[in-house]
Design a protein around this ligand. Sequence first.
Ligand SMILES: [Fe+2]
Length: 133
Amino acid sequence: MERRAFLSSALASAAGIAITPRMAHAAEQSELENIIFTDSDPGHWKGKETTHVPVVEIKDGLMTVTTPHPMSEAHFIVSHSVVLAGGKLLGRKTFTWKDSPVSKHTLPAGYKGKVIVTSTCNQHDWWVRKLSV
Ligand SMILES: [Fe+2]
C-alpha cells in the first residue's frame, strides 16, 4: 500500500513538472487578457489590429518600426519599445501627435533571437508584435 501511494505521488509529481509550464503560460495569458493586445488576440479592441500592431522591417541590422495609425491631437501613438531576448531594452521612442509613428533601432551585430516590439496608443492601449531574427 505504501508503495502504491509512493508511485501515485511520483507520477503526480512527474505530471506536475510536465504540465506546470503550460499551465503557467495559460494563466499568464489569462491575466493579461485585455491588457496586452496582438494580431491574434485583439481582445476588446477587435477590429483595431491593422492600425495598432507595429509593423517591423529589418534591413542590414537596422529595424524600422511603423504603426500605421493616424495621428491627431486627440488620438495618437505615444511610443514604441523594442526588447530583445533576456528582457534587454534595445530602444524606446516617444511621439507627440505631430510626429509620424516611425522609429529606427540598430540590432546588435550578429544578433539572433527573439524581438518584442510594442506600440502604445493613447486610446487603444498596448500592442505587441513578437518575432525572431
Ligand atoms: Fe488608436
